[in-house]
Design a protein around this ligand. Structure first.
Ligand SMILES: Nc1ncnc2c1ncn2[C@@H]1O[C@H](COP(=O)(O)OP(=O)(O)OP(=O)(O)O)[C@@H](O)[C@H]1O
Ligand SMILES: [Mg+2]
Length: 301
């Protein structure tokens, strides 16, 4: 199913068995990339000695400010450009290997669509490029149109799409070949909160199906909710890497939301038990949740 041919347990000694076990979804080792400008005189170091691992079955968020090298790293991973130096392995092969690419879904930073096609035709066209047969192309396009909320837009040409719709179509397109690894450059940029929820829920479901996902973003909140691990890039270097819980949880403190007790009484109870209240404020829902509720109400009217 995943392209690996494992020998049965009894056939080979232990050592050999571990040798054939699949490695991580992505492994970059000391990857650097230099862009050369006009007359090859001006040089930009977009990545400097970048080493990182995306494990199988996880969602990894690559964060960083504009120009920090996120797109460059993703393009190297999908084989669109080459690293100047360093080693790149994607699903245990070189990044440009066609067998690897057949199992990878990629959303570019600026996805280009054929404006005269509608969503279904577009997806069927990309299915054809992956050599899916007619029946499967149709089925897959229909499924993705539902998953990404394009029902009712089926006959509209893509040139009429808003930016967020075009981005969602790009995500659908990246999924057409049922990839094992998704490499998505800013997948949630330009999405409204409803589309945002739809897309992040989809990522979580794909992870449950065992897919590996690499997302680049500069929207910190995005990554915090959905990613298992993150890496922060700055000027082409990896500044920080780790699991979201490890990096953000404070082992010394807990957040509690209390009901049915006043602040003073709660403080006294905590202090009597030897603790200290570091901060307190009225519980507040997020603007995101309020927005979704308002839309729901509007629909019911
Ligand atoms: N084709 C190119 N030629 C020359 N320099 C480039 C090229 N593409 C990117 N760069 C430079 O490489 C560096 C990293 O760019 P990159 O696009 O990878 O950053 P990014 O983190 O994706 O930024 P953003 O958040 O704006 O998308 C920047 O300094 C950029 O100017
Ligand atoms: Mg970019």
């Amino acid at each position: 199913m995943n392209g690996y041919n494992f020998p049965s347990m009894g056939e080979i000694p232990d050592k050999k068995r571990t040798d054939t076990a699949p490695g991580p979804a992505i492994r970059l080792q000391s990857v650097s990339r230099v862009y050369r400008g006009f007359w090859r005189v001006r040089r930009t170091w977009a990545l400097r000695e970048l080493s990182l691992v995306v494990k199988r079955g996880e969602i990894f968020g690559l964060l960083g400010p504009n120009g920090s090298g996120k797109t460059t790293a993703l393009k190297i991973i999908v084989g669109l450009i080459r690293a100047t130096s360093g080693d790149v392995r994607v699903l245990d092969r070189g990044p440009g290997d066609t067998r690897t690419l057949a199992r990878v879904g990629y959303l570019p930073e600026e996805p280009a669509h054929y404006g005269f096609l509608n969503a279904r035709e577009s997806l069927e066209f990309y299915g054809k490029l992956f050599r899916l047969d007619r029946q499967e192309r149709r089925q897959r396009a229909k499924e993705l149109i539902e998953k990404l909320g394009f029902e009712g837009q089926g006959s509209r040409p893509v040139r009429e799409y808003s930016r967020g719709m075009a981005r969602r179509l790009g995500i659908a397109q990246a999924l057409i070949n049922r990839p094992d690894l998704l490499v998505l450059d800013e997948p949630t940029s330009g999405l409204d909160p409803v589309a945002h929820r739809l897309v992040t829920d989809l990522f979580v479901r794909l992870r449950e199906e065992g897919k590996s996902i690499l997302i680049s973003s500069h929207l910190l909140a995005d990554v915090e909710k959905v990613c298992d691990r993150i890496g922060i890039l700055g000027q082409g270097r990896l500044l920080l890497e780790g699991s979201v819980g490890e990096l953000l949880d404070d082992p010394e403190a807990i957040d509690l939301v209390l009901e049915g007790i006043g602040e003073e009484a709660a403080r006294e109870a905590v202090e009597a038990a030897g603790g200290q209240v570091r901060s307190s404020r009225p519980a507040r829902q997020t603007l995101h949740d309020l927005f979704l509720q308002a839309l729901k109400k509007g629909r019911r009217r």
